[in-house]
Design a protein around this ligand. Structure first.
Ligand code: ZN
Length: 76
């Protein structure tokens, strides 16, 4: 079950980096492993690449890709 967060508990900050490539993270996801929760951070590119898998498995998806256009000019 995926819970979409409408209230942002902790904003994804500019200091947070994609766990795959180290680019600025715009999406924070939380996964449950037994009783533990662990977070993964994603840049827009890698979140898009894995989105269907992530949404199947994550318990929380905090998507702040809205901020991409406001802060980062497109590379291409
Ligand atoms: Zn990435």
């Amino acid at each position: 079950m995926v819970i979409e967060s409408s209230t942002r508990v902790v904003a994804v900050t500019t200091a947070e980096r994609c766990d795959r490539c180290g680019a600025r993270a715009f999406v924070r996801t939380t996964f449950a492993a037994g009783e533990d929760l662990h977070e993964l951070l994603w840049c827009g590119h890698h979140f898009a690449a894995y989105e269907s898998k992530i949404r199947e498995q994550a318990v929380l998806v905090q998507d702040e890709r809205d901020a991409i256009d406001a802060t980062v000019p497109p590379l291409d």
